[in-house]
Design a protein. Structure first.
Length: 106
């Protein structure tokens, strides 16, 4: 702009500095908001960006999706067993701790 107007670059130096400060401020705002939203953590670096596909569902597909939503979720047997074992071990630990207190031993 300065060359077109025949002005020296020193004449627009203040404008350039203002633009540089504004750019730095925007970068800092983006950095802060990214951290606040957890976007600064890289997850699954190797994964590709997922594709979002739009399409129209037929009435039978909509009915199938609604049916699946109405079905109760089944709990994985392995997960259930591990939760039961954890609860039992906690209960045993609690009963041993209360038994130690009742007999007066240290």
């Amino acid at each position: 702009i300065a060359k077109k107007d025949g002005r020296p670059l020193a004449a627009i130096e203040d404008d350039l500095k203002s633009l540089q400060r504004a750019s730095g401020t925007l970068a800092k705002c983006f950095e802060i908001s990214s951290k606040a939203l957890g976007m600064d953590r890289v997850e699954n670096e190797d994964d590709e960006i997922p594709n979002l596909v739009f399409g129209e569902l037929t009435p039978s597909q909509v009915a199938q999706l609604r049916k699946e939503d109405d079905e109760p979720d089944l709990i994985d047997d392995d997960l259930l067993e591990s939760l039961e074992e954890e609860a039992l071990s906690e209960a045993e630990g609690d009963s041993e701790a209360s038994g130690d207190e009742s007999d007066g031993s240290v």
